[in-house]
Design a protein around this ligand. Structure first.
Ligand code: PBG
Length: 330
């Protein structure tokens, strides 16, 4: 029996009939300028491939400048720096974070001298500098809030002085955004922006990052300062505080398992919103692709598009250069 045509005036498939029509009705776009490229650096001259993050390197000074230059050519405008600090420079108060001749300030100056147009974002937190491996100062097993905030202000000032465009506190101490704003303004750095890690969760997906920097906590976990993965209302509370304290941009981290939180913050604030596709999210795609069961390029673009669709204006991702190349080809 011949099937009868359906009497169907509404056929959504008409809007998917060709790539040209699909491009016309596409709701979410991805652009290299919306990507932020996280870069690891160290004191060694040579670059070092990271076992925990296949395809990612920890850079020496020359390699780092080359990687940023290549990123700029691909249309990536912003870069966030993460240092591996030698053990001998670590102590319980993370004092090395205040050294104006430290790895980060030296690197910022070198970038800004060669490529002043590169947007340099710095991480404000003590974990790479702190011998306890925590984002804050530890006393008798307790992560101290207010004492930590005072050091973070000094750290941000050193970064601003060296030429950072945006400082990004990732430490989750209470009150740090307001304190950083005041410290920056008092020192004449009122044009330095604050990108706050507003909703940073105590996540298993940071594992490969800590491997890359040898920055895992020596004891305990980060649950007294990073957020409980079970909570989303709490993210709205953090967002309201960050906004009131003067943050210029907010962030949700990780991204993939927290798309609802990205959407909730997008709907609750007019501030620009970032999301961080973290090291474990990167590794899941890389490992699955290496097994041969996943199309890597397609999975990269789909994961980033999903994060944009949820409401992120910008995405921090280790895939930045690969994604920028894929987008240029499309
Ligand atoms: C530390 C910091 C972490 C990341 C960015 N900044 C690790 C942590 O909080 O333990 C993780 C990023 C990633 O996993 O890609 N302040």
């Amino acid at each position: 029996m011949e099937p009868q045509p359906l009497d169907l005036p509404l056929r959504p498939r008409r809007n998917r009939k060709s790539e040209g029509v699909r491009a016309l009705v596409r709701e979410t776009r991805l652009d290299a300028a919306q990507l932020v490229y996280p870069l690891f650096l160290h004191e060694d001259k040579a670059d070092h491939a990271l076992e925990s993050l296949p395809g990612v390197k920890r850079y020496g000074p020359a390699g780092l400048l080359r990687e940023i230059e290549a990123g700029l050519k691909l249309g990536i405008r912003a870069f966030v720096l993460f240092p591996k600090v030698p053990d001998r420079a670590k102590n319980p108060t993370g004092e090395e974070a205040l050294n104006p001749e430290g790895l980060i300030p030296r690197t910022i100056r070198a970038i800004k001298k060669r490529m002043p147009e590169a947007v340099v974002i710095t991480d404000v937190a003590l974990d790479p500098y702190n011998s306890d491996g925590h984002d804050g100062i530890v006393r008798r097993g307790v992560i101290l809030n207010d004492e930590t905030v005072a050091v973070l202000c000094g750290q941000a000032l050193v970064q601003a002085e060296a030429g950072a465009d945006i400082v990004a506190p990732s430490d989750m101490m209470d009150g740090r955004v307001g304190a950083l704003r005041e410290a920056l303004d008092d020192a004449g750095h009122e044009s330095v922006s604050i990108l706050s890690y507003t909703a940073k969760y105590a996540s298993a997906f940071y594992g490969p990052f800590r491997g890359a920097l040898d920055s895992a906590p020596k004891a305990g976990d980060k649950k007294t300062y990073q957020m409980d993965p079970a909570n989303s209302r709490e993210a709205l509370r953090e967002a309201a505080l960050d906004e009131a304290e003067g943050a210029d941009m907010l962030m949700v981290k990780p991204a993939g398992a927290y798309l609802d939180v990205i959407r909730a913050l997008r709907d609750a604030t007019t501030l620009p919103l970032a999301a961080y596709q973290v090291s474990g999210e990167y590794l899941m795609i890389k490992a699955a692709a290496a097994s041969g069961w996943l199309n890597e390029d397609a999975a990269i673009l789909e994961s980033l598009t999903g994060i944009r669709r949820a409401g992120a204006d910008m995405i921090l991702t280790y895939f930045a250069p690969v994604a920028a190349r894929l987008l240029a080809r499309k």
